[in-house]
Ligand binder design. Structure first.
Ligand code: FDP
Length: 365
């Protein structure tokens, strides 16, 4: 197929041609990101052979155990992007604070928020893990970039993407002009266009959620997941359960096949587990660009204005109609919920009817 010979750099440069006003800085930033991805990929694929597996012995800002590969990936991205001159500021899921760019350089026009290695609990078992990134324009006018540059809603993203390290490594991204996937060809050291213009089915047959949290969920989420499991040929239920526990891997599979990923809030963590800036917003941008959707149950993820660097959000992500169904359950507006309510009202009314009337209505004609 002809597109298999298009490299990521060629593709990005071709896109740049369609923007004559472009300075080329954004293009260089994407190419730098791809370089960082290749460096991380090299280490991930050698992970069993070099001393990079296992924990560092410390915890990150979220109280999670930090893996050596997490630290490696964070350092690579911070180093490669921080020294190239395209960025005003960076923020990493692994760092408490924003990261300044190289002191000897004038700050650039862009901001990158990133999750260096998502799905870390899977690292030591050779299961897919990923890097997620989000590129924003800086909003501050001069000097080094600051927190206001980082705390922007998803709608302001210029690009977002992820790299999934696994049996084959892929880089998938959008600049707001569709979603394109590139597969890493190790013998060439290049990402080649393998999945141009990815479109996700409007409805899938897969649900991905950590169901061990069931008893902590709201009634709306419980009902939705119960509903997905009820057989109903017309709507394609029951759905199949697929949960890797690596967001990038679960998202990628559902993007291609159709389906829904959920990480709702629960009694312990009202906002769930996933981070708005590094996980939810970039994947929401990709989902929407592929024809899918992303919501926190009440509003579009892309519209949420972040208040804090490490803010979490409930996440409902994937095929458009599935996300809509889930939102309606959460808001108690889905027809299955209203029908159940009507049924309950009718049953209650019948139970409350005076005995005389009860006899007359139930007597045979
Ligand atoms: P991990 O903790 O392994 O890094 O955000 C992190 C994440 O993985 C996601 O990749 C994944 O979807 C989710 O957490 C898994 O959380 P649970 O173990 O609670 O299911």
């Amino acid at each position: 197929m002809p597109h298999r010979s298009v490299t990521l750099s060629q593709f990005i440069l071709q896109e740049e041609v369609t923007h004559p006003e472009s300075s080329g800085e954004f293009t260089r930033l994407l190419i730098d990101l791809a370089l960082a991805a290749k460096m991380i990929n090299r280490e991930v694929t050698r992970a069993g052979l070099v001393d990079i597996l296992g924990y560092t012995g410390s915890e990150n800002v979220h109280g999670e155990k930090v893996q050596k590969l997490d630290v490696f990936a964070h350092d690579v991205i911070a180093r490669v992007l921080g020294s190239t001159g395209q960025l005003a500021v960076l923020a990493s899921e692994e760092d408490e604070d924003i990261l300044s760019v190289h002191e000897n350089r004038a700050p650039g026009r862009y901001v990158v928020n990133f999750d260096p290695l998502d799905g870390s609990s899977n690292i030591n078992a050779n299961v897919n893990i990923g890097t997620i990134f989000s590129i924003l324009p800086r909003v501050s006018r001069s000097g080094p970039g600051g927190i206001a540059d980082v705390l922007q809603p998803g709608v302001r993203q210029l690009a977002a993407g992820y790299v999934m390290y696994g049996s084959s490594t892929m880089l998938v991204f959008t600049t707001g002009n569709g979603v394109h996937g590139f597969t890493f060809e190790p013998s060439l050291g290049e990402f080649l266009l393998s999945h141009p213009d990815i479109r996700t089915p409007p409805r899938g047959r897969i649900y991905s959620v950590n169901e061990s949290n069931y008893f902590q969920w709201s009634e709306g989420v419980k009902r939705y997941v119960d509903w997905l499991k009820q057989p109903d040929g017309e709507s394609g239920r029951p759905y199949s359960a697929r949960y890797v526990g690596s967001l990038v891997a679960d998202f990628h599979r559902n993007l291609l096949y159709g389906g829904i990923f959920l990480y709702p809030g629960d009694q312990k963590n009202r906002a769930g587990k996933l981070r708005l800036l590094y996980e939810a917003a970039p994947l929401a941008f990709i989902a929407e660009q592929a024809g899918g959707a992303a919501s926190d149950g009440q509003q579009r993820i892309m519209d949420i204005v972040p208040r804090e660097l490490h803010q979490k959000t409930p996440l409902i992500l994937g095929s458009r109609d599935d996300v809509r169904d889930c939102e309606l359950f959460v808001q108690e507006k889905h027809e299955a919920v209203t029908a159940e309510r009507r049924g309950n009202h009718a049953a209650t009314a019948r139970a409350l009817e005076p005995p005389a009337r009860k006899t007359s209505t139930s007597s045979p004609s």
